[in-house]
Design a protein around this ligand. Sequence first.
Ligand code: ADP
Ligand code: MG
Length: 249
Amino acid sequence: TGDAAPLLSVQDLSKAFGGVQAVDGVGFELRAGELLALIGPNGAGKSTCFNMINGQLAPDRGRILLAGVDIAGRRPREIWRLGVGRTFQVAATYGSMTVLENVQMALISRERGLFSFWRRAAACHRDEAMALLDQVGLAQRANEPCGTLAYGDLKTVELAVALANRPRLLLMDEPTAGMAPGERGALMELTRSLSVERGIGVLFTEHSMDVVFAHADRVIVLARGRLIAEGPPQLIREDPAVAEVYFGS
Ligand code: ADP
Ligand code: MG
């Protein structure tokens, strides 16, 4: 509802690399259960924003409030514990382990923060891992090594791994990059249903405008580090300022 406090509130976020102002005074909000797309041309500052929210980069300036708590400048591990999950642009699962083992390892990591003796401990997380795989539609692939999966299925394993930490906020940097057009919709629909079921807020970057317009609740647009437009997909699609940064017209 409109009264609920935002899950994520970013205020005046800024980061420079040398002389390049990669992110410049960016502010936006994201609510639980919402799919928010962050778009903009290459070099606009999208990944830099993500990396400040997940703790990989410390902002020069600004606040990142997660349910009211400022996480700006905290360590990645602490931010992860506070409920910020992420999937990676490049498939980051362990290829020689099975689908099930990857998810079990994520469950163990949630509790202990270390991977040692995970094979022995894994047995106790088997049911929970299988339940997660069932939710993402991969239960039948549980015992296959990740290295043998199709790319789209691998991206789905990454989603299950991210969910193992029970995130409140999920960051997805180009989740459908490299996927066949037909697979993209399926991954975003799965993301949508998991977001609704679990009340997770999702912030994602995306190159395909078709995916953005079909699956985002709201869109924010960055260009040269600044937020230049914000609104529902149908309005962003017709916004001349957005067309200009993409097509220079
Ligand atoms: P996007 O993800 O929207 O393509 P980025 O956030 O990756 O954009 O980059 C924004 C700007 O910051 C670009 O000009 C990029 O070259 C620069 N940049 C990003 N990361 C670094 C870095 N680690 N060191 C120097 N410059 C960087
Ligand atoms: Mg990027």
